[in-house]
Write a protein that binds this ligand. Structure first.
Ligand code: SF4
Length: 628
């Protein structure tokens, strides 16, 4: 029977310059399925507790799933994980594009990288053959230059490259790993981990594409995905994720000026339709996806260019460099997006560190002696570009901001504590929990710090009808109250985050299989069955997802990231001052009660944060908790 996975995991030690292939059995694949679970398995099994994230002892795990690379819209992604320099705990990031499918076609399901090379290197994988090659000539290059140089050196224009830019080389705390020039494994500082290993890139080329155990069954789901998006996700293809800015603006919850407001007077100028009508030059998609939600733009502002080779801004980038900085210059936002992709730097963290410093200046916590002489203000695109350039090049005050939340707070002083809007050292993304309360739980409980991709957002299942009905199989039967943090919301969050967690385990695109979905939970089950030949059911799928959540939790507890870090930034407990949500805030008592109930449901100890022995044994994770 043809399987949808290779049965091979690559282990590379850059210190020892060795390559080893492990061949796990089928039970391993059925238990873990892929993605973040494979990341968790190796981090918990092989990484000693207390390791410094940027030391050679940290590990960097690239993982695909049993679905990756099938000719189906949405299963193109891969996961990358390590111990995070941002939080000191768990890091995993899922990234789209083409690299994951190509890596799988090259003969492996995952790759675990250990150690540190003496000099810069890159890894070259072609149809099973693996080489560690010198990257000294590539070190210092921006991402597009590196990709071009590698294509030339390897004599193949079809290679796919996962790489760091100068951001990762220079250990910017929130640098990311860039694939295909504009797909980022952002957040969590994975680029810095890769840079600390002197690993510039992983180039892959493969010709053995998976078909699955039952290609006809796979084809049925592929056909549905290729056409079904026109019903539920048409606007996503038309305007990309940037269409979200209009929805949030209309709801009075578009993060504006460091979350001080929820309405931005320039929202129209930076909206998805405006981008479509002005600077958009094309669209792109991930492997096998017909939605093509990725933007390609060309623009110039204040002498800085947005190069189409680096794609175009997603919603998060649009908001963080736009409304969040009070900036309505779409071309400048696009140029900032380009700069981040060229240097391999997380746009959310970079934008939030600029808005933090700007609010500090606005409130008088710092003066020009602490800003390289710049008079900081919101709404100045040239100034925002200048500050971002300082960050990516680690110059002046940009060097402070490049070291993350803690360094920025130490620089400004304790008065700014409530202005640094982060969880576990991770700056928050562009969603305000005061306008969708479930996000408060997502931010506080996410193992990697504030993360908006932990559960479905409250509004997605707020109305009765077909979309809600399709999600009945995961235990959601009634419309969700958006502004509630009662027990009904905890139950919704719990079930929804099991579903979304499964998508992270399967490296499945959120837009294809989360509500309003193109593929339903039943379709995902049918695809898994067709791909693997297993008689897998929803119970097993959701168990696999919980396994991932609990592994991340155990990893954090073993590494000192405990319950005291499950908090929400102070700003979200204070009322929004204008617009449709005026006066709304997260109720502190409700939040604490919701958190307690979530702990109960996950079986977590209130003091240590550790899952109970019952949960651990149920999920077969005894091996991950030494001494239990
Ligand atoms: S919907 Fe967008 S992100 Fe998802 S697979 Fe398609 S192109 Fe990629």
């Amino acid at each position: 029977m043809t399987k949808s996975y290779n049965g091979k995991i690559l282990h590379i030690d850059l210190t020892e310059e060795t390559v080893r292939i492990e061949e796990p059995n089928d039970v391993f694949y059925r238990t873990y399925l892929g993605g973040r679970n494979i990341v968790g398995y190796y981090l918990l099994k092989d990484l000693p507790d207390g390791v410094e994230p940027l030391s050679p002892d940290n590990m960097l795990v690239f993982a695909t799933s049993v679905l990756t690379g099938l000719p189906v819209c949405g299963v193109s992604r891969n996961s990358i994980g390590a111990k995070s320099p941002v939080t000191g705990g768990w890091a995993d990031s899922e990234v789209g594009g083409y690299w994951g499918a190509e890596f799988k076609a090259a003969g492996y399901d995952a790759m675990v990288v250990r150690g540190r090379a003496k000099k810069p290197v890159y890894i070259w994988i072609k149809d099973g053959a693996v080489e560690i090659k010198s990257a000294e000539a590539l070190w210092g290059m921006k991402t597009a230059e590196t990709e071009e140089a590698l294509r030339k050196e390897l004599g193949d224009s079809k290679i796919r490259v996962s790489q760091i830019g100068p951001g990762g080389e220079n250990l910017i705390q929130y640098s990311c790993i860039i694939q295909d020039l504009h797909f980022a494994a952002g957040r969590n500082g994975l680029g810095a981990v890769m840079g600390s290993k002197n690993l510039k890139a992983v180039a892959v080329r493969g010709t053995k594409k998976p078909e699955g155990a039952d290609p006809e069954a796979v084809k049925i789901i592929a056909k549905k995905a290729a056409t079904g998006w026109k019903t539920n996700r048409e606007k996503l293809g038309l305007h990309g994720t940037s269409m979200t800015s209009t929805v949030l603006q209309n709801g009075g919850q578009l993060p504006t000026r460091n979350f001080q407001q929820g309405l931005f007077e320039g929202a129209e100028k930076i909206s998805g339709p405006t981008m479509t009508d002005t600077i958009l030059t094309g669209t792109e998609g991930c492997y096998a996806c017909s939605i093509r939600c990725k933007r390609v733009v060309e623009a110039e502002s204040h002498g800085r260019k947005a190069d189409p080779i680096y794609g175009g801004p997603e919603y998060e980038t649009l908001a963080v460099f736009g409304s969040n900085l009070g900036c309505d210059d779409l071309s400048a936002i696009a140029a900032m997006n380009s700069l981040c992709n060229a240097y391999g730097v997380d746009t959310i963290s970079a934008g939030m560190s600029i808005s933090f410093l700007t609010e500090c200046y606005q409130k008088g916590f710092i003066d020009t002696t602490k800003t390289d002489g710049l008079e900081l203000k919101f709404g100045d695109a040239d100034l925002a570009l200048t500050l971002l350039e300082k960050i990516v090049r680690r110059e002046g005050v940009g060097d402070v901001l490049a070291r993350g939340v803690q360094a920025a707070l130490e620089y400004v002083g304790p008065a700014a504590k409530d202005i640094a809007i982060h969880v576990k050292g991770q700056y928050v993304p562009m969603h305000d929990p005061r306008g969708k309360n479930g996000i408060a739980l997502a931010y506080a409980m996410s193992p990697g710090g504030a993360d908006h991709l932990q559960s479905s957002h409250d509004g997605n299942l707020a109305a009765p009808g077909k979309v809600l009905d399709e999600f009945n199989p995961i235990g959601i039967y009634e419309p969700i109250q958006i502004l509630s943090l009662g027990m009904d919301k905890v139950r919704y969050y719990f079930r929804s985050h099991l579903w979304i967690g499964l998508l992270n385990v399967l490296d499945f695109c959120w837009y294809v299989a989360s509500p309003p979905s193109v593929l339903t939970p039943d379709d995902v089950q049918a695809l898994l069955r067709g791909a693997t030949g297993w008689n897998i059911n929803m119970w097993e799928m959701l168990k696999a997802s919980e396994r991932g959540h609990q592994m991340a939790r155990i990893f954090n507890c073993r590494n000192g990231v405990g319950p005291e870090k499950d908090v929400l930034p102070e700003r979200f407990f204070t009322p929004i001052t204008a617009g449709p949500l005026q006066g709304k805030h997260v109720d502190r008592k409700e939040f604490e009660e919701a958190k307690s109930m979530y702990y109960e449901m996950m079986g977590w100890d209130r003091k240590t944060g550790m899952p109970s022995l019952g949960r651990i044994v149920d999920l077969g994770l005894e091996w991950a908790v030494p001494g239990r």
